[in-house]
Design a protein around this ligand. Sequence first.
Ligand code: SF4
Ligand code: SF4
Length: 384
Amino acid sequence: MDARQEELRRRLGELGFDDVRFAVLSSGRDDGLRAWLDAGMQGEMGWMERSAAKRIDPQLVLPGARSVIMLGVSYAGRTAGAGEGRPTWARYALNEDYHDTIKPALVAAGRVIEELFGVGERDYRYYVDTGPVLERGWAARAGIGFVGKNAMLISRRHGNWLLLAAILTTVELAGDEPIRKKVANTAPARAGDVGLLCGKCTRCLDACPTDAFARPGVVDARRCVSYQTIENKGVIPRELRAGIGRRIYGCDVCLEVCPWNRFAQEGRKLLLAARGEIAELGLGEILALTPGRFAEVFRRTPIKRVKLGGLLRNACIVAGNSGEVSLLPQLLQLAGTHELALVRAHAVWAVFRLGGGAGLAAARAAETDANVRAEYAAEDAPVT
Ligand code: SF4
Ligand code: SF4
């Protein structure tokens, strides 16, 4: 590995990335993506299908690409922060949107590549999570971590709490070693091997509240709480709602139970901006959010993606699971008067879960939306 490459690693570390590693690019590695898509496990995430060819062939993203620089930003040490009676949020969401906070460092990283290797802007492309790059597989091949049975990239230094960014480049870089098992005479680990260092552990598979693992390392997004509470823009299937529990935005269960987190060191957090106050919000406050208050509270956070309607939908499910009958007046109001049928439908479910269905007679009589009427009908003939 030449001196410039080590200088690159050092300079990228100075920009705030907690892990900087390299892999030699090749085409045709799909890390199980095609089979996952063919099984329909992406749900409504049509962009996954549309970007599949690019994900599998980096040359379609950056012609002449030879290497990938994988970058990790640790958020270990931040807690979900849910107090008594409060909903829980995915940990990463209790920060400003990492796409925004990491991007300036990627811009600066590009300048470092230009300076050290004498190339131009056309010789690299960077992404933080949303681009057509198989970040998890390349991170494993670069040795940042291994892919656990929970389908997450697990780092021995940062546990499950690592955000990934990638820079594809035409610059030729030497690849770092992937993680190997410490077993005598093993062939080099295939970096994409699921569960490479999981051993016999199955904690993540056992703990999933909605039984979303099709098999170790493969999440059926359609059953996953993260997908349902963030990516799904419509009605959340009734059979999954109880499993959502108090999780209002995302789900960290299969990350939190992983024993590898014991070794996670707190990151420097140079590229994160904490918004821990969100975890202090009570359910009643959330159910009462107005458009103006929503914009104010969730400004610059990833949560704004689900918009007010999506968050109220999720809050209704959490309220229905909470057992807190004190929330019934708010839920009855949402079920009867909210302008979005999506919100009314989930409020109806929550009201029935809390035993207040009798209060919905007038709202039911006035309801015209098919999805909301379906919720009432389902309560007439609940599945046992
Ligand atoms: S994020 Fe939650 S729902 Fe999704 S697979 Fe993990 S434990 Fe299951
Ligand atoms: S919880 Fe256990 S099985 Fe799941 S990823 Fe962690 S070590 Fe592997």
